[in-house]
Structures are given as C-alpha cells and as structure tokens.
Design a protein around this ligand. Structure first.
Ligand code: PMP
Length: 351
C-alpha cells in the first residue's frame, strides 16, 4: 500500500476471487463456471466483421442486448441495464442505495461485504438458520436496503418468489436486490415481480448458465426509475462498460436458448448424481438449486480434502470462515469431470 492511498481505503478488505491457474493442469471446479464452451452461434458471431471495428468505441446503450433481454423477460428496454459482469450491477446498486444501511445474510456472496465497506455502508449481517436456510421474517421492515442471493451462494438454497414478494412489500422505502446469478439451474426468477414492486431489483449474470464468465456480462431488471439510477452511475464511472466483442457474444448467446437449456439440464443431472454418490460416502450436501454443491465431507476435514484434491489436480473452493469451514463448495462440471472428482475423493478417503 502506498502512502498516497486515501485513508478510507486502508482497512478495506478486498474480495478474493477463486484461484484462476493459467497452466490449465487442473480440473477446475472452484469458481462455478460452466464446463461447456459458449454456443457455436457466439463463436461464429465473434469471428465476424466486428473485430475490425475495435478501433471504434462500443454502443453505450448496449442496444441489441438490452432489446433482446427485454423481449426475453417480457419487460421494456428501460427496465434493463447490461453491466460488466453482475458484479458491476451489484457495485452500482450498493453505491446507489446502501448508504443508509444494507442487510444481507452472514453466509452469502463475499462481495456484498466488500461493496458495503467500499461505499461506507452500515451492514447488518443476518445469520442464516442453523441448516443454512433463510428466514424471510428476518428481512421484514428493516428500513434499509436488502440484498439476497437467490439461490444463495455458497449454500445453494433458495427462497420462494412469494417470500421475496413479502420482503419487497415490507420494505417499500428501500431497494430489495435479488441476485439471481444461479437461477437458471432450477430456481424461480423474481423478474416478473419487478413489474409490481418498484423497489425490487433483480440482477443476473451470463457467467454461469450462459458460459460467458470471460466476457464479463451481467444485467439488472427493475422499475425504469431504478434502471435510470444505475445508468446515472454507469455514465458517471464507465459509459463504455461493455466492450464490442462482449456485447456481440451476449446477443448471440440470447439467440441460442436451446443450446444453453441442454447444457443446463446436463449440469442439473450431474449435480444430482454427484450429490447421491457423495451422500453414499457419508458426505452431507445441501439441496442445491445451482451449479455447485456445498459439501460436508466425512472422515476427513474439509480443508485437508481441499488440499489433497488440489495435489491431485482437482480444484474446489474452501472458505476459511465461520460456519462453512467444515464444507467445500464444488462446482458441477461435465460427467467426466465429476467422475474424476469422485474417483479422487474415493481414493483420498479410502472408499
Ligand atoms: N453473484 C453471485 C451470487 C456470484 O456467486 C457471483 C460470481 N461468483 C456473482 C454475483 C458475480 O458474477 P459475475 O460478475 O461474473 O456476473
């Protein structure tokens, strides 16, 4: 840290992303990416003449993607903003709405705490129940912004849209943000509720289900006034937030729903199969509705299993933090990757 850094950032604890080894020698099950490449339509679109236009700035309105997303989710264009990963949507939303305080679960996406600190927000950290389920009553009438990942990460568990509706209705003077990064793996989206609740903002990503983590694309859906707020912050920080190639990739991805549904179904099937096999070994798994499993190993400590798996070429995520330090978060990959994972685990635990 230099002596020039503003003192308000000196104690900031930055977000630590999962390891991204560049040598490709690992079976990578640590950052919830899709094991499948983007749709062939995406690849074809990127090979087009667009590359020759990289000398020109991109469309600040991200018109094509915004139009298609609005059509897909049955809203108007002014209800959608495309962002540089959903992290950027979260960043804008914390900047916009959390200064008066924000509440989120104790076990959830690690970036919420970082944004709260970065933007000087008072964070009310609400413990999940013992079994990691979320009690909607904890979020009623809070008088502050509410942020809930649904399904949650790293628990994989979801609350119902009717619970989200009750939370939104009971906090009419604050924004309720529902982070649906993992919704396409079996969850139920709250996007339709954004038409009824002017304080409800739903955030999604192209990083998981749509195999575009490397393109950095996310979006938020909500009342036009909320989206205007987020655009105000976008145009005050980075008007060209989506680069030309990513917006082409995103638009093409929206053209191939079938491809992604087939991959999503495969991932769901692998999740259930892996869960069953781990349970047979005495491991505990939450009822995940995402593309990862939260797993409590049996006969070996989670951290030790994480280290041994890594030594054997399989990368999973270990969180050295209270309540989940006995667990591993394992991304659901292809059948082959899951076979390799299960074989390594069997070898390590001697089953
Ligand atoms: N929300 C949740 C719950 C996540 O787990 C992640 C990624 N790990 C994100 C948002 C951010 O994803 P991205 O910026 O790639 O869209």
């Amino acid at each position: 840290m230099s002596s020039f850094l503003d003192s308000r950032y000196s104690a900031l604890e930055e977000y630590v992303p999962g390891e991204q080894p560049s040598d490709g020698k690992y079976i990578k099950l640590n950052t919830n990416e899709s094991p499948y490449p983007p749709s062939p339509k995406v690849v074809a679109a990127l090979n087009s003449v667009e590359v020759n236009k990289l000398n020109l700035y991109p469309d600040t309105a991200v018109s094509e993607m915004t139009r298609r997303l609005a059509e897909l989710y049955g809203v108007k264009r002014e209800n959608v903003i495309v962002t540089n990963g959903s992290d950027e949507a979260l960043s804008f939303a914390f900047m916009a709405y959390a200064r008066g305080g924000v509440a989120f679960p104790d076990i959830s996406y690690g970036f919420y705490k970082v944004y709260a600190e970065l933007y000087g927000c008072d964070a009310k950290i609400v413990p999940l129940r013992e079994d990691f389920t979320l009690d909607p009553e904890d979020y009623m009438n809070l008088g502050r912004m509410v942020v809930i990942a649904n399904p949650n990460a790293p628990t994989g568990l979801a609350i119902s849209p009717s619970d989200v509706e009750r939370i939104a209705a009971s906090n009419p003077n604050n924004v309720v943000l529902i982070d649906e990064a993992y919704v396409d793996f079996g969850g139920e989206s709250c996007v339709p509720l954004t038409k009824k609740y002017k304080n409800l903002l739903v955030v999604q990503t192209f990083s998981k289900y749509r195999s575009l983590a490397g393109a950095r694309l996310g979006f938020a859906v909500g009342d036009a006034a909320l989206i205007a707020d987020l655009n105000k912050l976008k145009f005050s920080t980075n008007p060209y937030n989506i680069n030309r190639l990513s917006m082409i990739a995103g638009a093409a991805a929206l053209d191939d729903a079938e491809y992604y549904r087939a991959n999503g179904d495969r991932i769901i099937a692998e999740r259930e199969r892996t869960k069953l096999e781990l349970c047979e070994m005495g491991f505990e798994c939450t009822d995940s509705l995402t593309n990862f499993l939260l797993v409590k190993p049996a006969g070996i400590k989670a951290e030790e299993l994480y280290i041994k798996l890594k030594e054997n070429g399989v990368l999973v995520r270990y969180f050295a933090q209270p309540r989940v330090s006995d667990y591993l978060r394992i991304t659901v990959g292809s059948a082959e990757q899951m076979d390799a994972l299960l074989a390594q685990i069997r070898k390590i635990v001697g089953k």
